[in-house]
Design a protein around this ligand. Structure first.
Ligand code: HH2
Length: 279
C-alpha cells in the first residue's frame, strides 16, 4: 500500500504514519492561540518531529463547529511563515489543512507536499486541479455542510453508505482532474456534520472507507464525542482515549492518524504494529 506525495512515496503496508496537528489559529478547539506566533509554531513542529511525527498538518483556519471562516489572504499570512520556517530546519513532510485552492497552491510552492481538504473537493472546484498540477498527496475528508453549520441537525438515512458514496464520488472527481490514484487518502470526517451515534457507527465501519483500496486517515484526537462519552469538557484531558483509538484504528486498517499528542500516539501505533507483524 503506497501513498505518493509531490516529493516522496510512503510504504504503508506495515508502518502507519502519525500526522501531528499544528494549528496556527487563535481559535482552534484544543490548541487555539498557543502557536499563533510563527516562531512558536515552528518550535512546536520540531518538538512533534522529535516525538515521532511522520507528517505535520498545518492549518490556518479553525474548523471546529461554529467557527467563522477566514479569508485566503489571512490563512496564507498565518501559514506561509511556518511552512518556510519548518523547511529551513527539517525535512519532515508538510501537509496543508485547507479547503481553498488559493491557499493550497502557494503552500505547495512554499514546500508543502500534501493537501488535506476537509471538504473532500466540495468547497473549491479548483482544488483538484491544484493537487494534480503540484502532484500533492491529497487527503479527501467527508464533511456535511460547513464548519459553521454542520452540527445543527446532522441527519442521514445510512451514515456509512452516504459517507462512502460521497468519498467514492470525490475519488472520481479527483481522477477526472488528473490526480493520480496513488496520491489519494480517505477520511470519514469524525465530528464533521455527525452526531455521537454517527461517529460511533463510522468508527465501527472504518475499513469501508478504503475507497478503491486507498489508505484511510482518521482524526479523532481530543474531539468532543470523546468528552460526551467520558463526561469531560477539557480537550487536553482526552489524550488517553485518543491513544486507545489510535491503536484500535490501526488494527482496523487505518494507516494515518492525525493527533495532537504525538509521543503517546506514536508509541501506541508502534505497539499495535508489533502485534500485527506482517499481517
Ligand atoms: N479534524 C480537524 C481538522 N482537520 N483533517 C482531517 N483530514 N481529518 C480530521 O478529522 C480533521 C482535519 C479538527 O481538529 P483540529 O485541527 O484540532 O481543530 P480546529 O479545526 O478547531 O483547528
Amino acid at each position: 500500500m503506497l501513498w505518493r506525495t509531490s516529493t516522496r512515496t510512503f510504504d504503508l503496508t506495515r508502518r502507519g504514519l502519525i500526522m501531528g496537528v499544528l494549528n496556527v489559529t487563535p481559535d482552534s478547539f484544543s490548541d487555539g492561540g498557543r502557536y499563533f506566533d510563527p516562531a512558536d509554531a515552528v518550535a512546536r513542529g520540531l518538538e512533534m518531529v522529535r516525538e515521532g511525527a511522520d507528517i505535520l498538518d498545518i492549518g490556518g483556519e479553525s474548523t471546529r463547529p461554529g467557527a467563522v471562516p477566514v479569508e485566503a489572504e489571512e490563512e496564507l499570512r498565518r501559514i506561509l511563515p511556518v511552512i518556510s520556517g519548518l523547511k529551513q530546519v527539517c525535512d519532515v513532510p508538510l501537509s496543508i489543512d485547507t479547503m481553498k485552492s488559493r491557499v493550497a497552491a502557494p503552500a505547495m510552492a512554499a514546500g508543502a507536499e500534501i493537501i488535506n481538504d476537509i471538504s473532500g473537493l466540495m468547497h473549491d472546484p479548483d482544488m483538484a486541479r491544484v493537487a494534480a498540477e503540484t502532484g500533492a498527496g491529497l487527503v479527501l475528508m467527508h464533511m456535511r455542510g460547513t464548519p459553521r453549520t454542520m452540527q445543527q441537525h446532522p441527519a442521514y438515512q445510512d451514515v456509512t453508505a452516504e459517507v462512502r458514496e460521497r468519498l467514492e464520488a470525490a475519488y472520481h472527481q479527483a481522477l477526472a482532474a488528473g490526480v493520480l490514484p496513488e496520491g489519494l487518502v480517505f477520511d470519514p470526517g469524525i465530528g464533521f456534520g455527525k452526531t455521537l451515534e454517527h461517529n460511533l457507527e463510522l468508527l465501527r465501519a472504518l475499513p469501508v472507507f478504503q475507497v478503491q483500496g486507498r489508505p484511510v486517515l482518521l482524526g479523532v484526537s481530543r474531539k468532543s464525542f470523546l468528552g460526551r462519552i467520558l463526561g469531560n469538557t477539557d480537550p487536553a484531558a482526552r489524550d488517553a482515549p485518543t491513544t486507545a483509538l489510535t491503536a484500535w484504528a490501526r488494527q482496523q486498517g487505518a494507516r494515518i492518524l492525525r493527533v495532537h499528542a504525538v509521543k503517546e500516539n506514536a508509541q501506541a501505533l508502534r505497539m499495535m504494529e508489533a502485534i500485527l507483524g506482517d499481517t
